[in-house]
Ligand binder design. Structure first.
Ligand code: UDP
Ligand code: MG
Length: 336
């Protein structure tokens, strides 16, 4: 009997969490020789998600929920789930049922065939707006060009099954600025991509917007490649080279043809161009500096405040080990 833990990060998902369990459970019950349990991570929801999770966990014995002390973001919420999970493998799914539960059986099959990381690959990017697709293309192109040690998987998100090996590896990476998509790739092991179509949200609204996507892309770049810094060096070299050529050119023009050099337009162009490049270079250095700033503080990735109706305080730095989780639970009997 294999044990698989389904991890579900939830942020303001009151409309869907109750629907999630029966829908997924109906599918996984069909899978032979496998026991499933669930870890819902309440990522500081401001609606009644937590109350709903309390009810679900009381009703079904294979459901656990963790409640974070505030909203830490999906990446960190997933890590809380991964740290807690005790299965031989985990499956990460969105709470809004956009990841089709019908694919779980296929994932498990590939896992049994020896794959460590069975990831869902989106095949429906065509339905997205032109702008979103172009941004995605640009991001993947940059990452492909600049991250040398491995290749970022295209159109592959967080919907995946991970073997214990991958989980243990992910647990080693305690960085604060988490770009999970890159971390999954970094870990390596045997990967299998299976196609799936993202379903429309069962209910509720998405929390993503262009600004959030841009931030995620920046995080991805700054945590997985330092190529932009190198690029700035090249840019600096080429601008200086160009400036030298231009200087020689104007000098010769004046010397040979007595050409009166148009001062204002040329100066304006050069000043603006140089100013722009310098700001860009500073901005890029700033992005990396910000990363260093966040990482050096070594703050925990998340704080857990409640587990299955019990007050519990632990952080990513002192996750109780599986064995003393149960003990921990018995010791703390103050009901929330
Ligand atoms: N989520 C989260 N913390 C956040 C934002 C989102 O745990 O700060 C969860 C959310 O509840 C959902 C998943 O991440 O289960 C994906 O979020 P959403 O559906 O809003 O994004 P989309 O599917 O539109 O990319
Ligand atoms: Mg969604």
């Amino acid at each position: 009997m294999d044990k698989i833990t389904i991890i579900v990060p939830c942020y303001n998902e009151q409309e869907v969490v109750e629907m999630f369990y029966p829908t997924v459970q109906a599918e996984v019950e069909k899978i032979p020789d496998t026991e499933f349990n669930y870890v819902f991570v309440n990522d500081g929801s401001r609606d009644s998600t937590l109350e709903k999770l309390r009810k679900i966990s009381e009703k079904y014995s294979n459901v656990t929920y963790l409640s974070l002390s505030r909203n830490f973001g999906k990446e960190n919420a997933m890590m809380a789930g991964i740290d807690y999970a005790d299965g031989d493998a985990v499956i990460i799914m969105d709470a809004d049922l956009q990841h089709p539960p019908t694919k779980i059986a296929e994932m498990v099959e590939w896992w049994r065939k020896g794959y460590d990381d069975v990831c869902g690959k989106r095949v429906d990017r065509a339905g997205e707006t032109w702008l979103k697709r172009s941004c995605a293309n640009l991001f993947y192109a940059i990452m492909k060009k600049f991250s040398t040690s491995y290749e970022m998987q295209r159109d592959v998100g967080d919907f995946r099954l991970l073997d214990r090996r991958c989980i243990e590896a992910l647990r080693l990476m305690r960085e604060n600025q988490r770009f999970t998509k890159g971390l999954f790739t970094w870990v390596g092991y045997n990967k299998k991509e299976i196609p799936f179509e993202v379903q429309p949200r069962a209910a509720g609204t998405t929390t993503w917007n262009y600004f959030a996507l841009f931030n995620l892309a920046m995080k991805g770049m700054t945590s997985f490649t330092t190529a932009p810094l190198r690029l700035m060096t090249f840019l600096g070299i080429s601008v200086s080279f160009g400036a030298t050529l231009y200087m020689i050119f104007t000098f010769l023009m004046a010397l040979i043809y007595g050409d009166p050099v148009a001062g204002y337009p040329t100066l304006m162009t050069v000043i603006l161009f140089l100013g722009g490049t310098q700001l860009l270079a500073l901005g890029i250095i700033g992005e990396y500096l910000a990363q260093i700033f966040h990482e050096t503080k070594r703050r925990p990735i998340y704080l857990v405040g409640e587990v299955n109706g019990k007050r519990m305080i632990y952080s990513s730095e002192n996750v109780p080990t599986e064995r003393n989780f149960t003990k921990h639970r018995q010791n703390v009997d103050a009901d929330v």
